[in-house]
Design a binder for this molecule. Structure first.
Ligand code: ADP
Length: 398
């Protein structure tokens, strides 16, 4: 069975087609600037060198998906003769609140439930829902599955997800820690168990998803028991442009000083903070590394702040789980940034965490990067959220 995986952002759409009998990637692509000038579709068929690039106006997600469908059946770049060969569509959905702890087949009731979650993820859920609506319209007979970023974290115990604010804010407004990147944390934790040849039920794992957005999770016996992102993806680690955890009193303090409102301060915390804010240079760790090479002190400070925040959560989760067997690095920075992994793991030796500086010289592929005498295994595992979405979609619809 072939599965189409769709990940819709507000003006972009990423997709992959996988053959689930062999779990192979047949094609992938990206539509950018949906609803803006210069919409473009970039489509790549596995083992075909040329990319198919189509620059056509695409006013909305429905037009974008119609163009994706045309690329998928294209005689040269396509991977199916007709869309009937696509057995199911898996959609990435950011927020399911407390409604779903696992992936679900999409029907009208699921759509209604997800619409209720829009206020929890006003930037993310609306484009996810637009993508689902467009696919349902264009492929009315094809089953659709929703796979949620929040689902894997639903196993957290209340002491991890309840904020110490009046309890009514939880019951009335759903204010609690939800956590994100769940699909990635789940995937790399399962791969870690596989790589170590140990049943996940017997492991305590800390997964570090370090990309533009970044989060750390504590996974005990295969279940998430805590994660660094919170009510929104702004909490936890310092990130590319996000502040991560700060004293909440800072918000009204900046608002008063700069004469702006809380939303404007939040915009600064989301888009102008993190690595970008501290370094004043860039949110991209490659630019930060280059600036450090040129002797820039604030770039060096930004990286130390980031590494400190990751180390802080690793320490917290070791305490919460009363130990750790494996630490996993994944996503853009975690998979590629040798120096940042080194700085994070530096001086954790007394906790039994010893990075092998030679084995650590690896990028973008599965590897054990801890020393042989390290009590805790340190693993590099490239994430594959699309594969998890495709697997769940296949399992629910086959
Ligand atoms: P997201 O999916 O959250 O947008 P990614 O997981 O793709 O982010 O991570 C993107 C980030 O990874 C980039 O902003 C960059 O900082 C970092 N990155 C990618 N490649 C490298 C590299 N070779 N060295 C250091 N950092 C890298």
């Amino acid at each position: 069975m072939k599965v189409l995986v769709i990940n819709c952002g507000s003006s972009s759409l990423k997709y992959q087609v996988l053959d689930m009998t062999s779990e192979t990637l047949l094609a992938k692509g990206l539509v950018e600037r949906i609803g803006l000038d210069g919409s473009v579709l970039k489509h790549e068929k596995t083992n075909v060198e040329d990319k198919f690039i189509q620059e056509t106006a695409m006013a909305d997600h429905k037009e974008a998906i119609a163009n994706v469908m045309a690329a998928l059946v294209d005689p040269v770049y396509g991977v199916v003769k007709s869309m009937d060969e696509i057995g199911a569509v898996g959609h990435r959905v950011v927020h399911a609140g407390e409604k779903y702890a696992a992936s679900v087949i999409i029907d009208d009731a699921v759509i209604a439930a997800l619409e209720e979650c829009v206020e929890l993820a006003p930037l993310h859920n609306p484009p996810n829902l637009l993508g689902i609506a467009a696919c349902r319209e264009l492929m009315p007979k094809t089953p659709m599955v929703a796979v949620f970023d929040t689902a894997f974290h639903q196993t957290m115990p209340p002491e991890s997800y309840i904020y110490a604010i009046p309890y009514e804010y939880y019951t009335k407004y759903g204010i609690r820690r939800y956590g994100f990147h769940g699909t990635s944390h789940k995937y790399v934790a399962e791969r870690a168990a596989y790589m170590l040849g140990v049943n996940i039920e017997d492991l305590k794992i800390i997964t570090c998803h370090l990309g533009n957005g970044a989060s750390v999770s504590a996974i005990k016996r295969g279940k998430c028991i805590d994660t660094s992102m919170g009510f929104t993806p702004l909490a936890g680690l310092a990130m590319g442009t996000r502040s991560g955890d700060i004293d909440p009193a800072i918000i009204s303090f900046i608002a008063d000083k700069d004469g702006i409102n809380a939303d404007e301060v939040l915009n600064i915390l989301n888009k102008k903070s993190g690595m970008l804010g501290v370094s004043g240079i860039s949110s991209d760790f490659r630019d930060i590394a280059e600036a450090i090479g040129d002797g820039d002190q604030r770039a060096a400070l930004a990286l130390q702040v980031f590494a400190h925040s990751v180390r802080f959560y690793i320490g917290a989760y070791i305490a919460e789980m009363n130990g750790v067997d494996a630490i996993v690095f994944t996503a853009g920075v975690g998979e590629n940034d040798i120096n940042t992994r080194d700085i994070i793991c530096n001086e954790l030796g007394n906790l039994g965490i010893k990075l092998d500086l030679v084995k650590n010289k690896v990028r973008g592929k599965e590897a054990v990067i801890s020393r042989d005498d390290s009590k805790v295994a340190i693993l590099l595992i490239p994430t594959n959220e699309e594969l998890v979405i495709a697997r769940d979609t296949y399992e629910l619809t086959k």
